[in-house]
Ligand binder design. Structure first.
Ligand code: UDP
Length: 326
């Protein structure tokens, strides 16, 4: 075989994925991981909450192509396509409260369009759903079989119900049209590229601690979350994509901490002497959250490897650099 034939052969073996939300925190890490795993990737984003700088490494990769588009408009991408991964959506409570209608539209119309693209190409479809479908859970930890406890008209419902609709239409396309689906439920994830002003608890506390400003604990800080480092999360997502299991599957770290415990750990990791201040608890803020990851362990052989302290050290180093450059 000539070198050209070799190159042609290698290129033809690469599968092609479309990732919506490619300029986001998870989307950009996911695109990089897929490329490393032998995929060509077409990334789509409208930069509502995504950032151009998240694409810096990707834009020099020949396996990556970017389309700036709002996926609530018809998505036109040349085939063949092997997988469509729908990750576009505001994901931080302050973002989806700032963009309530956009959040509802990307979870509903956007999911419909992305499913249509998958169906037209006979491609696998993955929906990035969320632990928010469990609402303020009455079952703890949360297994995939739990139907949730969601306020359908509260301020968080724009995200929760959009994702629940997304899950419903994804399963309807599976049953009605035979689309090969993967339904993923993501729990709180943190790491480099969670933008400093994102508003989620890890980014807020790290930025505040590094600046010597007070850490803003909402409520009494007794509410809990289970934090997964981004590298673990992406490894789980790719394992689900490559598996034969349609889901839903929880991907998250089951080690649970109260918000106060997180605040103290962040002060310790950063060596900050910031004080802790208390602010009102947002409406419908879930009191507890912890993924039951039995299914992911059994079906995907996946579990998180990075524990909170180590993940926070890596993330803190990234914020130090990021903030120094601004
Ligand atoms: N939180 C906090 N201070 C902040 C930001 C968030 O105490 O500056 C709390 C928030 O009320 C919630 C938890 O931290 O109980 C996680 O919030 P986040 O916005 O990260 O994500 P959620 O899990 O609520 O979607």
């Amino acid at each position: 075989m000539t070198p050209d034939q070799n190159a042609g052969e290698a290129a033809s073996k690469r599968r092609k994925a479309v990732v919506t939300g490619a300029a986001g925190f998870l989307g950009s890490h996911l695109c990089e991981s897929l490329i490393g795993g032998g995929w060509d990737v077409i990334g789509i984003d409208n930069f509502l909450t995504g950032r151009m700088e998240n694409l810096t490494a990707l834009q020099s990769a020949p396996e990556f192509r970017f389309i700036q588009q709002d996926v609530t408009e018809f998505i036109s991408v040349d085939g063949p396509i092997d997988a469509v991964l729908h990750f576009a959506s505001p994901a931080s409570p302050i973002d989806y409260l700032n963009y309530p209608i956009e959040t509802l539209k990307v979870g509903s119309v956007g999911t419909h369009n992305a499913l249509g693209l998958a169906r037209a190409n006979d491609a696998k479809f993955m929906l990035a759903s969320t632990s928010e479908v469990y609402g303020d859970p009455l079952v703890h930890p949360q297994p995939e079989s739990y139907w949730g406890h969601v306020n359908p008209i509260g301020p968080r419902s724009v995200y929760d119900e959009a994702k629940r609709f997304g899950e419903a239409i994804t399963f309807a396309y599976h049953r009605e049209h035979g689309v090969d689906i993967r339904l993923l439920r993501i729990f709180n994830t943190y790491g480099p590229r969670l933008r400093p002003a994102d508003g989620r608890v890890v980014s807020n506390f790290l930025v505040q601690a590094l600046a010597g400003e007070p850490l803003t604990v909402y409520g009494d800080g007794g509410q809990s979350r289970s934090f997964c480092f981004v590298d673990d999360e992406i490894r789980g997502i790719v394992a689900l994509l490559e598996s034969d299991y349609v889901g839903p599957v929880n991907i998250g770290n089951p080690n649970e901490f109260t918000v106060m415990e997180l605040a103290r750990t962040i002060l310790d990791v950063t060596g900050s002497s910031s004080e802790i201040v208390f602010e009102p608890l947002p409406v419908d803020d879930p009191t507890q959250r912890n993924p039951d990851i039995g299914l992911a362990r059994e079906l995907l052989g996946w579990e998180p490897l990075v524990q909170l302290r180590e993940g926070l050290e890596k993330t803190s180093a990234w914020y130090s650099k990021e903030l120094a450059e601004k």
